[in-house]
Design a protein around this ligand. Sequence first.
Ligand code: 86X
Length: 492
Amino acid sequence: MAFKKDDNFGEWYSEVVVNSEIIEYHDIPGCYILRPWVMEIWELLKEFFDAEIKKLKSKSYYFPLFVTENVVQKKDHFESFAPEVAWVTKTGNSELEAPIAIRPTSETVMYPYFAKWIRSHRNLPLRCNQWCSVVRWECSNPIPLIRSREFLWQEGHTVFATKEESDEEVLHILELYRRIYEEFLAVPVSKGRKSEMEKFAGGLYTTSVEAFIPNTGRGIQAATSNCLGQNFAKMFEIFFEGENDPTQKKKNKKDKRSLVWQNSWAYTTRSIGVMVMTHGDDKGLVLPPRVAPIQVIVIPDPLLEDADTAAIKGVCGTIVYTLNQAGIRADLDARENHAPEWKYSHWAMKGVPLRIEIDVKDLANKQVRVVRRDNGAKVDIPSTDLVEHVKVLLDGIQDSLFETAKQKRDACIEVVHTWDEFTAALNDKKLILAPWCEEEEVEKDVRARTEGDLGSAKTLCAPFDQPDLPEGTVCFASGKPAKTWSFWGRSY
Ligand code: 86X
């Protein structure tokens, strides 16, 4: 590694994602090749999330990549996004009669069909999810996994008869996102509600999980779960006929139709970028065991090309087999063309949580040497109860990565009450928690007053976990009565 995390974070990150073989740069800026080492992490996350949403009776769909021009343009709320939409204008040598857009999100692809499919309360709830890529032609500087022009995500779109069902699902999905980050990626996040400026404009309210990158002092939206209310139902004319209710007098059939309630929710490959930024160090990637494609790498360390070599390799093979049988993702690096030292730094770069070394001495003592990636600690363990020890070590690494990241994140939180405290904390790369009047004009003003090379400060979310807000507390920016505690900061 040429760059150090604390010296040049940006260059360090670019180097880590390439050297650990998760990313390869493509010749179109902002587009990256996702190599097996990151796809396997994505698949592990997907396996968890897909199973959870299927428990909620969500079904898999696949809607087309292409959107007609008409459908992107006629909806007002998508207008602000227009500069990010990529278009196909030609096939072969001929211009298309009407350009076709590539989906930046699928509301306008899906909702016309929801209107067609939903007739009565018997068609509800409708719960649809798709795993796909989307394209947003961003012009601010791209960062692999964090801000790329094409990225992978799941987008869930659900439809209900009542607001209560919709509200409940918003929070259930948000909790799944928290678990992805905290229990799998070992990244601490805060659940909360987005401000009026930051919410999805087409919806009623947006909840999110927010992460924080201490090195850059930036917040990062980790995933969102939206309650859309009935806005899209009105736009796309999505109605259902309820059960006959004699208490309600209806003049004609049309009157019996009610607008549906909708939600949408998504998380993306950005989650893996946040994990890399959180745990990586000057030796490369550091993977939490629950998402590590290989949890234990076994490396034979023969001293001489003598009879012991075969015996050592034999034992290594047995260990890998035993660990695999116990459900641990272990692999053997028996390559002859690399020295053990080279392999140690290679697998450290790739972030494998544990490495097992075996040399002649270990062979004689019927033990193995286990080395932790996160803190470098080495322990000698008797080969006989290896499985139990490895399980305990992996769980310990998972917990310790989360605890360390949480301590670092918490140490960045600064409670401020005044504008001066706010700007000082911002310059200090803090995650700011401030009492706020919740007025849109005030957020606009804060953005304008903090404008600069690094970008401006905005709200991240109003955390659900609210400190006390004593009567008489005033907004740090406007001096008006504060309505809520809100996280503020620069963000990705
Ligand atoms: C906002 C909203 C919503 C489904 C979610 O938050 C969850 C999953 N979508 C996404 N958004 C846009 O609507 C959007 C629209 C266009 Cl046309 C665009 F080019 C970029 C966009 N980015 C975000």
